[in-house]
Design a protein around this ligand. Structure first.
Ligand SMILES: Cc1cc2nc3c(=O)[nH]c(=O)nc-3n(C[C@H](O)[C@H](O)[C@H](O)COP(=O)(O)OP(=O)(O)OC[C@H]3O[C@@H](n4cnc5c(N)ncnc54)[C@H](O)[C@@H]3O)c2cc1C
Length: 412
């Protein structure tokens, strides 16, 4: 992001996080995570918390810094150069924290939000089930009221952070008969209440972030842990599109930026046919294309962040965060692929981290809603805007020679 558009405080925040990423996170941690020698880097979260870097936009009262999305995206892009696992673990307090901050009770905020932001409680968000992640309304995990408790049963899969999380934000069916949008509830479940986590799969990338399968068998959760009221899960889910998608969209900028910088420097040093490879149009134009795409993705992310700060949550905002997530993750995939192509065979080896970034970035077009689901939301919200608005703008449809040949305007 060009410094011209940032306040002195924002530049200082970005530089603070940049220094943290440079000085406090060892390369060995990244290597050990990728080799799955580290299953869940709890110390990374504790370190972030010790620097007061978690959940920046939450009020100071709960341990945040009272900042905005426009600030948080600056921080997130810097963390993103560490790859998808660490940027996701950095984001989870911001994601789960959103549900507690917006829908939670004061008691939940002091019992959960404050310890999350101080690194004492680690969190995961459990939405996806073995039967699918795209269809939120198809949830089969259930909660049933039993006195002052809910009894939770079911399974979730592909849950980042599950292996180390102390607390899970879980979506489960609370009414088997009700209308789809009034049948799911959201509840905070402590691991110690009987959650079982298994490490089931090997992952192509995004390793070492504790992704696991989660089992709930007659888990007894106090009613006080419900977030957003009974059957209010759809409102929570709708709101959660903002932090889930903004964190994916922003983290991935860091991955792509790192790959672009490494490959551009390589192209300035590497020679073929007696000249630097960047002097070949086939190479330098790839770099130009990547840079243009990345700048466009970053602009969309920052514009969307500013809009959320000013407008909160709405259908329009959901369209914009979905556009940002789709465009930024597709862009990162292209940019990192270009980086590999620019560098040739060596980028396919573990001499450079390009192959790891590529493996990580691939997931980001799938998680927090696939990019097809982003398209679904984007066109849906756009049609709502288009068909309900009557702009006082010029009717360009009339600017055709035969515009009034109404007999030719056949729609059915
Ligand atoms: C490593 C990893 C970490 C993850 N972390 C988490 C996490 O922390 N928490 C969590 O809850 N989930 C997590 N996920 C799950 C992720 O969000 C889901 O994988 C994703 O939402 C897609 O769900 P699915 O895999 O069940 O695919 P499905 O929903 O079965 O979709 C399969 C395909 O069908 C397409 N499709 C489905 N419905 C439509 C439609 N209506 N229109 C067009 N296309 C459609 C999809 O785009 C996709 O291409 C993670 C996944 C992975 C792999």
């Amino acid at each position: 992001m060009t410094d011209y558009l940032l306040t002195p405080e924002q530049i200082s925040l970005r530089d603070e996080v940049r220094s943290f990423v440079r000085d406090n996170v060892s390369r060995q941690l990244l290597l050990d995570m990728d080799a799955e020698k580290v299953i869940y880097p709890r110390q990374f979260i504790e370190l972030l918390a010790s620097q007061h870097l978690l959940g920046l936009r939450f009020p100071q009262e709960w341990g945040g810094r009272g900042l905005t999305w426009s600030d948080e995206v600056l921080s997130l892009e810097e963390i993103g150069v560490l790859g998808a696992s660490l940027s996701c673990l950095y984001s989870l307090p911001s994601i789960v924290g959103e549900a507690i901050h917006v829908f939670g009770t004061e008691e939940q905020k002091s019992k959960y939000l404050a310890p999350i932001l101080s690194g004492k409680l680690t969190v995961a968000e459990a939405l996806t089930e073995p039967r699918g992640g795209s269809d939120f309304f198809g949830a089969t995990a259930t909660i049933k009221k039993d006195g002052d408790f809910y009894i939770l049963n079911g399974q979730k899969r592909f849950i980042v952070g599950a292996e180390g999380a102390d607390l899970f934000l879980v979506y489960a069916r609370s009414d088997s008969q009700g209308a789809a949008h009034r049948s799911i509830s959201t509840i905070l479940v402590e691991r110690s209440q009987g959650v079982v986590v298994q490490h089931v799969y090997g992952l192509m990338g995004t390793r070492g972030g504790g992704t696991g399968r989660v089992y709930f068998q007659d888990v007894k959760v106090p009613i006080a842990n419900l977030v957003g009221g009974e059957h209010g899960g759809y409102e929570v889910f709708t709101r959660m599109m903002i932090p889930e998608r903004m964190t994916s969209a922003t983290g991935v900028l860091g991955l792509a930026r790192a790959a672009l910088e490494i490959s551009s420097q390589y192209a300035d040093r590497r020679k073929a046919f007696g000249q630097k490879i960047r002097e070949f149009e086939g190479v330098s134009f790839k770099i130009a294309d990547s840079l243009t795409l990345l700048d466009a993705a970053r602009a969309l992310v920052h514009q969307t962040a500013r809009e959320i700060d000013l407008a909160g949550s709405s259908g329009y905002i959901r369209r914009k965060v979905s556009e940002a997530k789709k465009f930024a993750t597709d862009t990162a995939w292209t940019v990192i692929n270009n980086a590999m192509q620019v560098m040739g065979g060596i980028a396919y080896t573990n001499v450079y981290p390009i192959e790891r970034l590529l493996r990580d970035a691939r997931l980001m077009t799938i998680w927090t809603g696939t990019n097809e689901i982003m398209s679904l939301v984007i066109q849906h919200e756009y049609y709502r805007e288009l068909l309900s608005s009557h702009p006082a703008a010029r009717d360009v449809e009339e600017d055709a020679l035969n515009a009034f040949a109404n007999g030719e305007k056949v729609y059915e």
